[in-house]
Design a protein. Structure first.
Length: 151
């Protein structure tokens, strides 16, 4: 019989552990036998070709392009100066509630509806009137500002 306190399940577990250890040692020996000492710096280098693809060959210097540091834009591009006349839009008042003090203007160019508050209107406007206005971003979308009747 077997040793005291030794069961069949315990023997099986011990056999599996020994098998795993043996396999691990064999793999380690195989890696040591097939391993090369290390790669040279040239073997480890990677290059980018003119198309941005990674290659193992250095790029051909005949295709080298000179790039000036001033031409690079790393952050946001510089703002272009905008003519104030380009900011003025025209539209038609589609809805205006005088009691509540707000309404909507349909932009003639983009056909989008723009919110307008009574504080941004100079004079009085009614529905279906043509107006000129500027836009600014509000918390819920575009808002019309400097609203005036079109001449």
């Amino acid at each position: 019989m077997g040793n005291f306190g030794e069961t069949i399940g315990k023997k099986e577990r011990d056999k599996k552990k020994m098998k795993k250890r043996q396999d691990k040692l064999e793999k380690m020996e195989e890696r040591k036998a097939n391993a090369t000492k290390g790669k040279t710096l040239e073997d480890m280098m990677a290059y980018l070709d003119e198309n941005g693809n990674i290659s193992s060959k250095p790029p051909d210097m005949r295709f080298k392009k000179a790039i000036r540091a001033e031409d690079m834009q790393i952050s946001t591009p510089k703002a272009q100066k905008v003519d104030p006349a380009d900011l003025i839009r025209t539209g038609i008042v589609t809805f205006f509630n005088e009691a509540k003090g707000f309404g909507f203007i349909k932009d003639m160019q983009s056909q989008e509806s723009v919110f307008v508050h009574v504080n941004q209107i100079s004079g009085r406007v009614k529905e279906n009137e043509k107006v000129t206005f500027e836009t600014e971003n509000g918390p819920k979308g575009l808002n019309a500002v400097n609203v005036k009747k079109a001449v």
